[in-house]
Design a protein around this ligand. Sequence first.
Ligand code: R5P
Length: 287
Amino acid sequence: MYIIGGTASESIARDLSKRLKAPMVKTISKRFPDDELYVRVLDDVSNEHVAIIQTTYPDKNIIELFLLQNAVKEAGAKEITVIIPYFGYARQDTKFKDGEPISAKAIADLIGLNADRVINVDLHKEYILDFFSVPAESCSAIPELAIFLKGKNVDLVLAPDKGALNRAKTASEIIGCDFDYMEKTRIDGTTIEIKPKNLDAQNKNVAIIDDIISTGGTMAKSIKELKKYGANKVFIACTHGLFAGDAIKKLVSAGADEIIATDTIKSDFSKVKIAPALYRLLSPKPE
Ligand code: R5P
């Protein structure tokens, strides 16, 4: 296998290339004077299996992925695997109102045009895998986040809503502690309600785990509730740290003791690498 790293995911690609002992393909990526993107694959990939790694956020990285896929296809690759550390547009996964697109499907359809297999990381909803016209599978960063949290004396792992309970359960099993969930109701894109629930958080170190932190609203409300219940330290961890607007400020002023994200989207809080999880999925299994 050969590895190509798009500009959004170069460090993940290099890490994976070392772990898999799969060579990196040299590429050029630059902008024309009018800001259109130019990419070129410099190594010969004809008849090879090529894995392209690229987070599809923000929008410019989606275009780069499409161009890299096309370049590899045009160069005669035998097989193309697209690895998407963070799949943008996943939250518009249905028509919430008449006249809306199913954005996640629109992007998945285009990615499927020049791919034989797609790997996603902690998708907002697992059924998005079915939107791809080629075999698509999921890889989870939760074990990596749990390993990071293991040394922090966590007593309880919490999901900010019931839908994320399985993630909290998986993490708690690795950490060796209890798990529970908060009761969240989404009013609209920016307003949520976290209802109190009879949690035993008194004097406990609590880790709240979610797939995405965007505006930080969900986590900030959860932290405030937990503090009301007398929690000691509150760690907040997510796979995809978007940290839109003043999210970090919100989280810190709500009382977060530590903010932890993976490197699916690069930020100052990318303390956990996703490459080991991808390696486990891609490495040849013993017969
Ligand atoms: C929602 O279902 C997701 O799992 C996250 O809880 C949500 O996207 C976080 O968004 P925000 O940080 O804007 O509250």
